[in-house]
Unconditional design. Structure first.
Length: 381
């Protein structure tokens, strides 16, 4: 085979008891093809094809922990119950047979749960640390949805918080039992964990609120609980973001020091990989430095980090949702430059890999990348 121009991405990486064959990761992407929360053969085939196409690691779509308020759509897969776990075992076995590795992304939608989509629990509004949905800032959410969620609800009680922590830990245990290679946690984008971090949605004055350290406590507590369940060797990857779906311009940390307080609490709790969710991989996180959010996460914590956002593509996710055309763009040299500088250790590819299961092999073979066709959003190919 011809030598890859991007050979550095095809070097192995060891984290905990896992060695990944390369640095290319399929980003978590909600698909809603799992009727009744059970991933079927079509879902297994979808993930197996990405492993066959050379991805070093797959992070699944967000999967629900056991809490009636965790998710809205019943077509989002669950990480509990015999049928769903049997479905996940088929997914994991298929990925492993193709030489791939896979983490489930554990998810609680919190305030962003759209109760109208839930046939079983349409009366439950979704859990919130202080009952607040958040300020209506810059976002792309429809007004009719905002109207249904904007009124304050009851803040979570300490007992409810403890139950959700246990549900995260149980889901992680279930996942490792069916053979997943590690655990990914969705702590970004304005979902439940992120609303504990965010000062706009967390006004608690108990041990989960107040200063930054207290606002990090819920996330840290559930990471510790997961670590206890899965032992010291299985990797934990934690997704965080500055932006929220309630407000794209929101910030988790106004300064690197502030960000460091939250990320170090998570790192100390047991996170191995800081998954910095941004919409454009080359966006500097703070003024005065070119480092992106993953670069800062690595610098502040000394942990491994991953980047994401527009890799191989001409636009950012929100530009695509606003109607923009997503062309192929060979920006891998710019990704590699940052990678070679040690800014991050892994790259996550979302739409690129959704449209092309063999994205990774294509890069390895120096073949041109494909544009992203929005029709892929509605298919499980
Ligand atoms: C259809 C779709 C579904 C997504 N669902 C999730 C999700 O469940 N969890 C998550 O953390 N991010 C989710 N994302 C964000 C992606 O993981 C990724 O960060 C984003 O698409 C930017 O990467 P890209 O420019 O390579 O597409 C989703 C993105 C898309 C396109």
């Amino acid at each position: 085979m011809t030598e890859s121009k991007h050979g550095a991405l095809f070097t192995p990486l060891t984290v905990g008891d896992l060695t990944l064959k390369n640095r290319i990761v399929m980003a978590p992407m909600t698909r809603q093809f799992s009727a009744g929360g059970v991933p079927g053969e079509d879902v297994a085939g979808y993930y197996r094809r990405r492993a066959e196409g050379g991805a070093g690691l797959i992070v699944t779509e967000g999967t629900g922990i056991e809490d009636p308020e965790a998710l809205d759509s019943p077509a989002i897969p669950a990480m509990y119950g015999d049928a769903a776990l049997a479905g996940w075992k088929r997914v994991v076995d298929g990925v492993h047979a193709a030489g791939g590795r896979i983490f489930p992304q554990l998810w609680h939608q919190g305030a962003l749960r759209d109760a109208r989509k839930s046939p079983t629990h349409p009366h439950l509004p979704g859990r919130r640390p202080s009952g607040l949905w958040g300020p209506v800032g810059h976002h792309s959410l429809p007004k009719d949805y905002i109207d249904t969620v904007i009124s304050p609800t009851r803040p979570m009680t300490e007992e409810e918080i403890a139950d959700v922590v246990v549900a995260f830990a149980r889901a992680a245990k279930n996942a490792i039992k069916v053979g997943f290679d590690g655990i990914a946690i969705h702590g970004g984008h304005g979902y439940l964990i992120d609303t504990f971090f965010w000062h706009e949605t967390n006004c608690r004055n108990d041990r989960y609120g107040g200063g930054l350290k207290q606002r990090a406590e819920f996330g840290a507590e559930l990471v510790r609980a997961i670590r206890r369940e899965i032992g010291p060797d299985k990797p934990i990857m934690f997704r965080f973001s500055q932006h929220k779906q309630q407000d794209y311009y929101a910030r988790l940390g106004q300064t690197p020091d502030e960000l460091g307080v939250i990320l170090n609490a998570l790192g100390d709790a047991g996170v191995d990989i800081m998954d910095a969710s941004i919409r454009g991989f080359d966006t500097p996180a703070f003024e005065g430095s070119d480092l992106n959010l993953a670069g800062w996460a690595k610098k502040l914590t000394g942990k491994l980090s991953s980047t994401v956002g527009g890799i191989g593509l001409s636009n950012r996710l929100e530009e695509m949702f606003a109607g923009g055309e997503t062309k192929a763009l060979d920006n891998l040299d710019r990704v590699l430059e940052r990678f070679d500088n040690g800014e991050f250790d892994l790259i996550l590819v979302g739409r690129g890999m959704l449209g092309d299961p063999a994205w990774s092999d294509r890069v390895r073979a120096n073949a041109p990348l494909a544009p992203f066709d929005r029709a892929a959003l509605g298919r499980l190919t």
